[in-house]
Design a binder for this molecule. Structure first.
Ligand SMILES: [Zn+2]
Length: 193
């Protein structure tokens, strides 16, 4: 897909993008800050990341994903030290499609879409695809790099039906996302991120 579907016809505001697991969780946890797409967008600002239904086996075996998952698992284990019953989300578990952490068919986080550029652009000094510039290590060669920040993982993933391209959320899904974002922001200490 090369064209951005209907994006120019949509009003400003939050958009939704479907990303397969395990990549969607990598974005939600703040590890993956570049999404690779064959197409570009002019949208900037809030972007809801919906985990698709399909599991990406290539992602499961990707060394970047595996390294991030190991870091996450170790960090979570440290936080849960001494907790006799950490609950199902208190342990990371295995990087497999049956793991609860990898919700599917639902919006799992909201990020800010900051930029979109070609992998071989020279805006940042050198092409990103050579692994030395802004999008290293998540930016792939021969893709458009969507750079994101401010990942906010939703405590309760919001079920949605996946659609191709960049879409608006249904009013129901949008209300559920907004409510969770407001609740998460309140729970953070002042100045927290
Ligand atoms: Zn890049």
């Amino acid at each position: 897909m090369n064209a951005e579907p209907r994006a120019d016809l949509l009003p400003d505001g939050m958009r939704m993008l479907v990303v397969r697991q395990p990549w969607a969780l990598m974005i939600a946890l703040g590890f993956k800050t570049t999404e690779n797409r064959s197409w570009t967008t002019r949208h900037r600002g809030p972007l809801a990341i919906a985990a698709g239904l399909a599991w990406d086996t290539a992602g499961e075996h990707d060394p970047r994903v595996r390294a991030a998952w190991r870091r996450f698992a170790a960090d979570l284990a440290r936080k849960q030290q001494g907790n006799a019953d950490p609950g199902p989300y208190g342990v990371a578990g295995q990087l497999t499609q049956s793991n609860l952490w990898f919700d599917r068919g639902a919006i799992v986080s909201v990020v800010d879409l900051d930029d979109c550029h070609r992998w071989d652009c020279t805006d940042h000094g050198q092409g990103c695809g050579d692994g030395v510039a802004c999008c290293s290590p998540w930016g792939d060669a021969h893709a458009n790099h969507w750079t994101v920040s401010n990942a906010r993982r939703l405590p309760e993933p919001v079920p949605v039906t996946g659609r191709q391209g960049l879409t608006l959320l249904t009013p129901t899904a949008r209300a559920q996302v907004d409510e969770q974002l407001a609740r998460t922001a309140e729970a953070l200490p002042a100045g927290g991120k």
